[in-house]
Structures are given as structure tokens and as C-alpha cells.
Design a protein around this ligand. Sequence first.
Ligand code: BES
Ligand code: ZN
Length: 666
Amino acid sequence: MKNLVLLLFILCVATTVDSQPAAKDFHSYSNPQDVRVRHLDLDWDVSFDKKILQGAAVLTIDRLNKQAPLILDTRHLNIDEVETSANGAKYTATKFSVGQSDPILGAPLTIQLPANARFVRISYSTNPDASGLQWLAPAQTAGKKNPFMFTQSEAIHARSWIPLQDTPQVRVTYTARVRTPRNLLAVMSAENEPNTPHDGDYSFRMPQAVPSYLIALAVGDLSFRPLGRRTGVYAEPVVVDKAASEFSDTEKMVEATERLYGPYRWGRYDLLVLPPSFPYGGMENPRLTFATPTVIAGDKSLVSLVAHELAHSWSGNLVTNATWRDFWLNEGFTVYLERRILEAVYGRSREEMEAALGLRDLRDDLARLEDRDEILHIDLTGRDPDEGSTDVPYEKGALFLRHLEQTFGRARFDRFLRSYFDHFAFQSITTDQFLAYLKTNLLNENPSLAAQVPVDEWINQPGIPANAPKPTSSAFSRVEEQAKRWLGGEVPASAIPTAKWTTQELLHFLRSLPLPGDAAGMQGNTGNTTGTAAASTAAESTTASPDRTTATGPNRNGSDKSDVVVLDPQSMAELDQAFHLTQSGNSEIAFQWLLMSIRNRYEPAYSRLEEFLMTIGRRKFIKPLYEELAKTPEGKERALAIYRRARPTYHPISVAAIDEVLKWKP
Ligand code: BES
Ligand code: ZN
């Protein structure tokens, strides 16, 4: 009996060490309940010739269960030797085994631990096809003279370049030493010294404990420009000045976020601009956001990305999703914060436009997703967590918080969020932990207000609740008016006052136009809402659409129920001439236009489409374009011809996505 009480006591203490109750992470083989990694000491040679990292990782461990081995996650790592040590000085070899490899999870590395082992040293090298690394030839960089490499660890790619407990429940501090070719600079998601000499030998220290998906490294010909007292930007020398002027509001954004949600706790906030093959818009690596060069539009119109990645310094990096089914805690909160930052720095109208575009994205996604993928607390068991990365965690999550804000009032909700970040700072939490905190610290205070927010429906049901907020933008309503008048043949495109429009307005204009192949009502704009996932298009709300559009036979899904409405070639050409869309240097506009061009078979844009797909690897852009092409036999042929040449230049994460779209067999 006494023993049982003692055992229960030990178990309780063991599981509350980090005040993190164990939530099963189905995307990791590791056993942090038994052995917990606390610190990593990393050491690599970066070999561009072999496209590998070669070196060692020393793990400092806590033994919660003395009998248990250490189980780590790996994917395609070559393990040369594993040693253990009691004091970190004298190491002796130990037994290890690499288990069966799973296509999603990789393979467990099980390491036997002698009784006194506190340090584990793994000597290893990565594989040239590691899913979390991309190795770029000089031709793929802006400068064209030097190679470049970078990592992308989220969601579960850290294991392809470091043997570790690859679950966001485990946080580690780290140190690293990185040797590179002499003229190149290495930077990490750690303390970077902007004025470090470029001598090919770099040391890093990350004193704050972070989850594995936030460990990052990049090596290239990089220059630095300061943006503010603790902000700056790294980029290739030919890009760095453009980047610095594009991102010149960064310090202001940090200050605005601090006013809302408390101090920035990570020291410096720098940005790194990557080559265009970077598969994401941005990645919130602590102290050093990784960003696509496609947000450098020349007019700061796409800097919401900086607001977004910066916001993760609170939502995500400070308070972290405990498993990938809690991903909406990272992204939904971050989109909500992003819009608050935009409002603080650029005003309410900008916020409204971004929120309206976001709602439109969400509705488009809800129209195509299965019910199980529309749930915030999504079940991803047996699936690749990257599949959970739809607009649901981002936009539905943000809309839920907006609903709470509108219901409880901004002042009250701001206080709640700030206390939430303080309360869970540097912890990884589950959806249930958030809900318990929400209940105690907001809902219970005012049950009649709480009754207006269907929390369970938000979290556990598909779709969006009927009383969800409907962000609208008066600027967008004016844009819709113009779209209608043009579609109705009342005004020529050249008479539409786009010169005064923001990028967001032009985007909304393009998205208000009818598109073929969509179910009726799916292309709704967000100002015109009915409370369901559908709204009508500018085309539908005007009876004059045949002026600009041609109705054709059966739609591309093979159904002959609805006629396909396409913009006729003259109308496409008229838009192109008036707004220079094919030649647009704004990646969001170009993307939207190219998508329309495929749908409407607007041939003058085809060579630009090819150039876009050959130079940009951002998954959010290229995947929909390939998908659109693949809808017709001629389009698919063109897609395959382009992809055959582009594939070797894409990141493994984008390759995986496009292989799937085109059913490509390597
Ligand atoms: N953390 C994400 C990127 C990510 C998500 C990488 C899931 C791997 C798996 C990042 O913060 C993000 O959301 N990036 C967006 C840009 C943003 C402005 C919405 C992107 O890359 O499109
Ligand atoms: Zn994000």
C-alpha cells in the first residue's frame, strides 16, 4: 500500500515536471515520458559536394524511468556510432538499433542506456534526399555564383537532419558548431551575431527551450542590413537592399505586438530571405524568420507575412501546439494576431480586407474538404501532419477567436490573450488545456455571453457556426461594384480606377470574376454573405454577365448540369492590357491571374506561367496551378512537360505535393 502511494506520487511528479500532461503524439516514436532530452549540442560539416551534413549530436537527457532505453526519431539518417557518457567527457560505445522505416514517420532509433548515462553522442550523416533539407545549385540563387542550403523542420522533418525526439511536446535548448565553405555564412534559429566574420566556422547558442520543429539552419552567400534596434534582415547581396526597404516596418510591428501581448522574449528578431524554391511563404524559426522572396513586391503590399511570422513569437513559439492535431493553436491564433498587428500598423481598412480575403479562402476550402478535415481539433492519426495544413486551422481558428473577441469585447479579450501567453509561456499545450483555461478565465465570468459562442461546435464540428463573424470590407464592396459594372459591359477595364487600388483590392477584383468549373456560388466574395459557406459571385449578381463571358457545354467535371462560364479571350486581354497582369511583379496578383488564365485558356499568359513554375517553388502557388492544369488532357501534358524540368529544382516538400497532383512516378 505504502509502495503504491509512493508509486502514484512519483508518477504524478514525473508527469507534471513540465506541467504538461502527456498527450499522445502519433507522429513520433519517442518516449519522453521515460527519457527526456533537455539539450542538444550539434556539430556539422556542411558538404555541398555530397549534399550532406556530417557530424554529431550530443543529447543531454533526463532519466524519468531508469529501465527505459532512449527512443529517437530519424528519417534516412546514416548512424555511424552511438556512445554514452555519465559526465560529458568520457564516452563509451553503446548498442543501438534502427527500426523499420515508415513512409510518414521514418524509423525509430533505439539506444540502450547504461545505468549512469546522462549524455548520448550520435555520430551520423544526412542523406542527400533528406526531406527537411534543400541543396541549391548556384543557378538557383539570386547571385548565381554560390550554392545555398536551408532546412525546413515543421512539421516532422527535423528528424531527417537531426536524430531527436521529434515531437512538439519536447523542448530543448541547443548549441551548434557549423563548418561551411569559407566565403559562406551560416545562420540558425538561435543567437546570430550580425557582424560575425565570414570565416566558415560558426558557433550558435539557443538559450530558450524550443520544440524540434523550430530548429533551423541556412548556409549561403548572405549579407545583413539592420532594420531597427533589435531587427534586421539577411539575404543574398543582390537582394538585401530591396528586402530591407520592403521590411522596414518590422521594428514597428514588434513594438505593436508587444503593446498588445507583452514583451518579445527572444532577443533579436531577424528575417532571412531565401531563394525562390523555399516551399513556404514563411517559417517562424525563433529569432530568425525564414521568408520567401516572393513577398518582396516593392510596395510592402505582402508584408502581412512578416506580421504573421512575428506573431508566432507569441502564438506557437512561446505557447506551442503539443501535437499536430492541436496545430490550430499555432496557426489560428497567429492569423488572429497577424490581423491585429496589421490593424495597429496599417489601419482598420487593411485589416478588414485581409480578414475578408481570409474568409473567402476558408469558404473555398470548406467547399472542397471532407468533413473530417474541417474540424479544428482534427484527427491526423496515420496521416502526414502536412495534410492538416489547410485554411481550416488558419482561418477557421482565427474566426473562432474573432467570435470570442466580438462577444466579450476587445478590451476583455486582449487581457485574456495576454494572460494566456504569460500563463503557458515556453510550454507545449493541447486543445483541451486551452479550453480549460478559456473556461476558467473567460467563459465562466459571463455565462450569458459564453452561451453565444458555440465552443464545442467551433472545435469539434465541420463547417462554421451559423453565428460566426462575417468580416466585411467597405473597400471591397466598392470593388465588387466595379466588377459588376465591367462584367455588365457598362465600363471598359481602362476606366476602373485601379491605380488607387491596393494589391488586396485588385486581388479581390480578380477573385470576384466568374470562374469556370466551380459549383454555383462557390466563388462568392466575402462582403456578400448569407451565413452559409456559399455566396454569390459578381457574375451571378448581375444579369448582364453574358457580355463578358461565354457559356460553354458540359463543365470539366463531366457533369452536364451546369454550364461553364468563362471570360472570353477579348475580356481577358482587356483586363491584361488595363492592369498589366501577365507582367505583374506581385506574386499574389500573378498567381491569381495565371490561375484564371489556365481556367479561361488565355494563351498569351502561358509563357509567363511556365516561367513562374520554373522559378518559384512556393507550394501555395505551384500546387493549385498544377492542379488546374491537370484538369484537362492538354493542360496535363503541359504540366508534365514543365514539371519534368522544374522538379529537380523544387524542394522535397513541394515535390511530394506535385508528385501527388500529377501522379508522377519518379
Ligand atoms: N508555420 C507555418 C508554415 C508551416 C506550416 C510549415 C505547417 C510546415 C507545416 C508558417 O507560419 C505559415 O503559416 N506560413 C504561411 C504564410 C502565412 C502568411 C499564412 C505560408 O507559408 O503560406
Ligand atoms: Zn503560421
